[in-house]
Design a protein around this ligand. Structure first.
Ligand code: NAG
Ligand code: NAG
Ligand code: NAG
Ligand code: NAG
Ligand code: NAG
Ligand code: FE2
Length: 436
């Protein structure tokens, strides 16, 4: 992890122009200044508070305390300062060389009502937080962005995201860019708390979460798994590195690029069984997220998702997955619907949205001539929004960071495959379209 970073810095020092000079349409944003977010509360107070969806009407509240005897307790209710309910959860911690984490708390609360604001407090003291639960039915709005990091650009991306309401945050990998330097995980937790304590953040892992070092630190994802616990058990998965969940008529699959995915793997078998459980009447929309893109025409990370694509693409295609989002490449790219490297009206539409703002900067070079499958490419920081309007229509928009403003650079309508009769006849499956 450190060696690539070192090489990158060295490369940057030796050839500063090489990373900046590819700008074509307009002058590209350079990588932002790193931000360290300090701990400003007392050691017994919760910090790094974030929430995630669990099952159909529960929420997991996660936070960290420096103090070891702080209780894993969440008090909550629908009125500020009045907590009619409480729940007790679990705690964990981990070591990484000399670093010892604070006490990491995870408490599942609920059942909760949909589209409702709840006020809550963690560990019996400290500040009050609030969140809004997602709606039971469509419409629902997802914010999607990967490769966040913690720079000035990350800050502006988060501010743009927050300037317009949404329901659930989906992050296709690469969170803190701590890259083995564990205090940066804490700094990241504090940076995102104002957002991640208010709306569920559903994440999957990227390469920057691995943090294993042969022989001396063989355990991968130690920090990520301890801090960003996702509802994997609830979706029949045995690993925090892949899982699924359902919210407002949408089935969302979080895949793991950095764990086994071949036909013999646990992940593959889990994906098969998860796809088999989907009922398109209950969830007409099916979305998948994965860190390393299966389709990518940027010169950065070329071919890195290819092995996984070859292993799993057919499963997603046969299940008529509507959309696949990935990160890893620090740019925005949108494709048409694809199957096996060919445009296919029954394949998923692919989007790369690894433009959250991390310190590595933008991936400036797209291959020329452009592939006819790639319909929009741009190396700028920004974020995406998927507003699923009803069972058949969704509005996808990409919001470029433009200094203090977010600028809608692209917005399109996407139709769900659940209603496209031809796509189901061709695989001999019947679904009743009248009922949809
Ligand atoms: C923390 O977890 C351990 C088990 O992992 C449990 O024995 C202990 O009671 C928990 N402490 C608190 C304060 O919740
Ligand atoms: C895991 O899921 C199973 C089945 O849903 C449930 O019975 C079990 O209690 C869960 N375990 C934990 C630790 O949540
Ligand atoms: C779904 O939304 C689209 C776009 O607003 C609209 O044209 C369509 O009629 C809607 N369909 C249903 C079934 O409401
Ligand atoms: C889609 O969403 C974007 C961002 O919210 C908005 O600017 C745009 O007008 C929407 N498009 C349509 C056709 O509703
Ligand atoms: C940024 O905003 C300015 C002022 O609104 C506008 O003129 C410019 O085109 C925008 N640039 C981009 C790249 O969106
Ligand atoms: Fe990555």
């Amino acid at each position: 992890m450190l060696i690539p970073l070192f090489l990158y810095i060295l490369c940057f020092l030796l050839f500063p122009q090489s990373l900046q000079s590819q700008a074509n349409a307009f002058s590209r944003q350079p990588s932002g200044k790193f931000i360290f977010t300090h701990h400003e509360r007392s050691d017994s107070d919760p910090q790094q508070v974030h929430i995630s969806l669990v099952g159909k009407d529960h929420m997991r509240v996660s936070w960290i305390t420096e103090e070891k005897d702080s209780e894993s307790l969440v008090e909550y209710g629908i009125k500020g300062g009045e907590y009619s309910k409480k729940a007790i959860g679990e705690n964990t911690s981990y070591r990484y060389f000399l670093y010892k984490s604070g006490k990491i708390h995870h408490v599942v609360i609920g059942p909760l009502n949909p589209s409702t604001t709840y006020f809550y407090r963690c560990g019996g003291s400290g500040p009050e937080f609030s969140f809004k639960t997602p709606p039971l039915k469509l419409p629902i709005e997802f914010v999607i962005v990967g490769d966040l990091g913690q720079t000035e650009w990350t800050k502006s991306t988060l501010k743009h995201i927050d300037s317009k309401d949404y329901d659930v945050f989906l992050l296709p990998g690469d969170l803190s860019y701590a890259d083995t330097h564990q205090p940066l995980w804490d700094s990241f937790g504090r940076l995102v708390e104002p957002y991640a304590s208010q709306r569920p953040w559903m994440v999957t892992e990227g390469n920057h979460e691995i943090e294993s070092i042969p022989i001396i630190q063989p355990h991968a994802f130690r920090s990520y798994n301890a801090r960003w616990l996702m509802p994997y058990n609830e979706s029949g998965s045995t690993s925090n590195l892949y899982y699924s969940f359902e919210v407002a008529s949408t089935h969302i699959i979080m895949l793991g690029s950095y764990t086994d995915f071949d036909a013999q793997s646990e992940q593959y078998k889990w994906l098969q069984s998860d796809l088999a459980k989907i009922d398109r009447k209950r969830t007409p929309w099916v979305i998948a997220l994965v860190h390393a893109p299966w389709y990518n025409t940027n010169e950065a990370h070329e071919g890195e998702g290819e092995e996984m694509r070859q292993a799993m693409e057919e499963l997603l295609y046969e299940a008529r997955v509507d959309l696949v989002f990935s990160g890893h490449v620090h740019a925005y790219e949108r494709f048409t619907r694809i199957y096996d490297n060919k445009a296919d009206p029954c394949g998923p539409l692919y989007v790369t949205i690894g433009d959250g703002g991390n310190r590595e900067g933008l991936a400036l070079k797209f291959k020329k001539p452009p592939s006819p499958l790639s319909l929009y490419r741009e190396a700028s920081f920004g974020h995406g929004r998927l507003r699923i309007v009803n069972e058949t229509h969704a509005n996808w928009s990409w919001h470029r960071n433009n200094d203090s403003e977010a600028f809608v650079a692209e917005d399109i309508w996407i139709k769900s495959l659940s209603n496209t009769k031809e796509c189901w006849e061709s695989i001999g499956q019947q679904i009743s379209h009248e009922e949809l």
